[in-house]
Design a protein around this ligand. Structure first.
Ligand SMILES: NC(=O)c1ccc[n+]([C@@H]2O[C@H](COP(=O)([O-])OP(=O)(O)OC[C@H]3O[C@@H](n4cnc5c(N)ncnc54)[C@H](OP(=O)(O)O)[C@@H]3O)[C@@H](O)[C@H]2O)c1
Length: 166
């Protein structure tokens, strides 16, 4: 099973503020929805709580939530206490590509086990309180980069970048 991380990251590595996203980039949201649809998605408890009610749990995906709380039960989702446990569920279900979908604390855990990263690199910096972890670029090969320009629906330019672990 391939382990993927998928994130939208600002130039200063910011990914969110006050447990919410900062930017509105519909084509990036569409990319996320299409890429992860039908797959296992693994997320931190805070990221799960930040999802709008309409997308909670994320539809058409097996949602797995990581928490240290022993008594947390969430309707329509698996609740686990370790990343390994989450990956085990995905593997046992015959998943081919499991997605670690954040936030910052969970990306940090995921970096040690990920095979591939789909990063939407936004060409701007933001004030925030959640970050994508710094990663050793000598360990990752950029295999794809597609630019998305500013337009009427997208206030910021960004690149869809794929990095493969060496
Ligand atoms: N730009 C993007 O692509 C993107 C994607 C996802 C999220 N975000 C943003 O990221 C922010 C949330 O990220 P965050 O870093 O604050 O929180 P998070 O990673 O979503 O969740 C943190 C929580 O995960 C649990 N956890 C963390 N490490 C654990 C471990 N080792 N073992 C067991 N449980 C563990 C804890 O839950 P308990 O407290 O319940 O124990 C912890 O409070 C939001 O602003 C969100 O909008 C951005």
């Amino acid at each position: 099973m391939k382990i993927a991380m998928i994130a939208a990251v600002a130039e200063n590595r910011v990914i969110g503020k006050d447990n919410d996203l900062i930017w509105r980039l519909p084509d990036d949201m569409k990319f996320f929805m299409e890429k992860t649809s039908g797959h296992h998605v693994i997320m931190g408890r805070k990221n799960f709580e930040s999802l709008p009610p309409k997308y909670s749990p994320l539809p058409n995906r097996t949602n797995i939530i990581i928490t240290r709380q022993k008594d947390l039960f969430i309707d329509g989702a698996h609740v686990v206490h370790h990343l390994d446990e989450a990956l085990e569920i995905a593997k046992d279900n015959g998943e081919e590509e499991a997605f670690i979908i954040g936030g910052g604390e969970i990306y940090k855990l995921g970096l040690a086990v990920a095979d591939i990263m789909y990063l939407t690199e936004i060409k701007a910096s933001f004030d925030g309180d959640a970050y994508f972890p710094e990663f050793d670029r000598t360990q990752w090969t950029e295999i794809d980069r597609i630019n998305h320009p500013i337009d009427s629906k997208h206030k910021y330019e960004f690149d869809f970048v794929t990095y493969k672990h060496r």
